[in-house]
Design a protein around this ligand. Structure first.
Ligand SMILES: N[C@@H](CCC(=O)N[C@@H](CS)C(=O)NCC(=O)O)C(=O)O
Length: 222
């Protein structure tokens, strides 16, 4: 039987999967969403994904896209980027790429070590030190975002785009780690940007809860 929609393997709380879902929605691409549990990955998912990480997009022609940013680019380009997410990217590729590199590299490292320090440290005291050090380091990137947003409301300019939606799920995680502390920082533009996202319809749309996929399940049209 031919598959009617591309298959999108997802995990609701994963920030990488979140940004891919945001781009699919913005681009108006319909997929059959398959929610998985990371601790109990289905065989069909493992067969599709060599890295066994979400998100994964299986296209109808057999191609498999395994990186969240690649899924975002594919979706936006496929339907001509209806919401203009790629406007800054098309004008300033190098700057945009540099931002994405720091986001997925240094900042993600800081976020993980800040949020899950005990996984990386031998004892409680060194975990606390590690967490503080990486929080301070992550702050530099957040401050840079705040400075950019003081000029225009979004990283993409006057409307949100690629850099905004690529970063927001990760900035949200930084916020969740200690909301009180985050809200006390002097990042007024960043805080407004994050809150606008958290209260947006598109965020609600991509955070709907679905039961984990099982073979033969009725497709979830997303
Ligand atoms: N580079 C990948 C990273 C994706 C990734 O690391 N996803 C995490 C969940 S947030 C995952 O699937 N981890 C595998 C696991 O925990 O078993 C991307 O951008 O899509």
């Amino acid at each position: 039987m031919t598959q009617e929609w591309p298959i999108f393997w997802s995990f609701r709380r994963c920030p990488y999967a979140m940004r891919a879902r945001l781009a699919l929605k913005s681009a108006g691409i319909t997929v059959a969403l398959r929610e998985i549990l990371l601790r109990d990955k289905p065989d069909a998912f493992l067969a599709a994904s060599k890295d066994a990480t979400v998100p994964v997009l299986e296209l109808k022609d057999g191609r498999v896209i395994e990186e969240s940013l690649d899924i975002m680019f594919w979706a936006l380009q496929e339907t001509g980027d209806p919401a203009g997410w790629l406007s800054r990217w098309s004008q300033r590729k190098q700057d945009t790429q540099a931002f994405l590199d720091v986001l997925d590299g240094e900042f993600k490292t800081d976020l993980d070590r800040y949020k899950y320090a005990s996984r990386y440290a031998a004892d409680t005291q060194s975990a606390a030190e590690l967490s503080n050090r990486h929080r301070a380091s992550g702050c530099k990137f957040l401050k840079r975002i705040d400075t950019r947003l003081s000029n225009k409301s979004f990283l993409n300019g006057y409307s949100a785009g690629l850099e905004d939606y690529a970063a927001l799920p990760f900035v949200r995680q930084f916020w969740i780690a200690d909301m009180k502390w985050f809200d006390d920082q002097n990042w007024p533009f960043l805080q407004k940007w994050l809150q606008t996202f958290l209260h947006s319809q598109v965020f609600r749309d991509v955070m709907l809860k679905y039961k984990p996929w099982v073979p033969g399940a009725t497709p979830i049209i997303f």
